[in-house]
Design a binder for this molecule. Structure first.
Ligand SMILES: [Zn+2]
Length: 146
């Protein structure tokens, strides 16, 4: 797995598009994880920002051990362009499971594309972890997207 994490400072706009600064949005989640009191949506946003920043270490750390891949690579031609949260279920500060449905725009070799995913999250040892995701347009649960 090549490449290193892109540099970012706390004062810039957070890559997840929350309108907050990185230092008051996804930055603390990247540093400490999404622990007690945080929401599944916060982890979802932090994982999107981690894809933007090529932070493979965080992505693996926030992945459920049952579904976690061995490595993560980043495609330099895959450029994330924006995240929109569409819906959430559960995933509150004191809950154990949750889902987040989102659309993430990206460019690949200059083509504008969109990822539509319903992600499942589970709290393990106090912290939210990403379990897996499905394409809601493909007929709901049962078809694994990645
Ligand atoms: Zn953020």
């Amino acid at each position: 797995m090549a490449g290193e994490r892109k540099k970012i400072t706390d004062d810039v706009a957070c890559p997840c598009g929350s309108q907050s600064s990185y230092g008051s949005c996804c930055g603390p989640v990247h540093a400490d994880g999404a622990g007690l009191g945080s929401t599944a949506e916060q982890l979802m946003r932090a994982r999107y920002s981690a894809y933007v920043l090529h932070d493979g270490e965080f992505l693996l750390r926030s992945w459920h051990p049952d579904t976690r891949p061995a490595t993560i690579g980043f495609d330099a031609e895959h450029i994330w362009r924006g995240l929109r949260i569409e819906a959430t279920t559960g995933g509150g500060g004191l809950e154990r499971t949750g889902t987040v449905e989102f659309r993430a725009r990206f460019q690949h070799f200059g083509r504008n594309l969109e990822l539509h995913e319903l992600s499942r999250f589970e709290r393990v040892g106090g912290s939210w972890l990403y379990v897996d995701g499905f394409d809601p347009d493909a007929g709901g649960a049962g078809r694994r997207q990645r």
